[in-house]
Design a protein around this ligand. Structure first.
Ligand code: GAR
Length: 219
């Protein structure tokens, strides 16, 4: 039993929110010593908002307009809940350097590739087109440059000869649901911290990402 208060999380989504649900369910099951203080979507039709509300999480929607106005409203919502960590989970809107800097060291993201390879969109399609044998996902701190912040943990997934974009994305997504709650758990347990502009795990600066190998996992 962890005697410290649960880590307060805000989770930002744009769509189905399966990563957010994996995090929320881990909190509810108490396998992650954290509490989802707020789920925010930038699209009114984001299916994840309804799922989050059904599981009892506070939710909000901020509809994009001018970037500055959007970010001001988002920051107000976040600051009212005082989350210790902001988890981007399929949040598909670019955030300005000013916004990112405001939450530097407190904002993480999950990206469907083995960063620094395949930043940006359509990662699975590009991995297949390039004939890669190994793919995966990365949980990383968010810094002003897109998909370029320090990576904490990556999942490795085999690319199979008969893979399609849908099959591969599904297999990678299943690993995201494991590694994202895992990293948040390290934060909740005080093992992971952002110090002097870099992640530290168990007191030592993380020089390179940790790898979790799912290549032999069934499914
Ligand atoms: C996930 O695969 C996540 O890695 C990706 O969007 C999907 C969201 O799924 N994020 C990005 O591509 C960010 N650049 P979800 O809404 O079911 O969690």
């Amino acid at each position: 039993m962890n005697p410290s208060p649960p880590l307060a999380l805000a989770v930002l989504i744009s769509g189905r929110g399966s990563n957010m649900l994996a995090i929320l369910r881990a909190c509810l099951a108490r396998t992650l010593h954290a509490e989802v203080a707020l789920v925010v979507a930038d699209r009114a039709e984001a299916a994840g908002i309804r799922s989050a509300a059904e599981l009892g999480a506070p939710t909000a929607t901020v509809i994009p307009r001018a970037q500055e106005e959007f970010e001001t409203e988002l920051a107000q919502l976040l600051d009212a809940r005082q989350p210790q960590i902001i988890a981007l989970a399929g949040f598909m809107r670019l955030l300005s350097p000013g916004f990112v800097t405001r939450y530097l060291g407190r904002m993480l993201n999950v990206h469907p590739s083995l960063l620094p390879a395949y930043r940006g969109l359509h990662t699975h399609r590009r991995v297949l087109a390039a004939g890669e044998r190994v793919h995966g996902a990365s949980v990383h701190y968010v810094t002003p440059e897109l998909d370029a912040g320090p990576v904490v943990l990556q999942s490795q997934v085999a690319v199979r000869p008969d893979d399609t974009e849908a099959l591969l994305s599904q297999r990678v997504l299943a690993t995201e649901h494991v590694i994202y709650p895992r990293v948040l758990g390290w934060l909740a347990d005080g093992r992971l911290a952002w110090r002097d502009g870099a992640p530290h795990l168990d007191g030592a600066r993380l020089a390179e990402p940790l790898i979790e190998d799912f290549r032999r996992a069934p499914g």
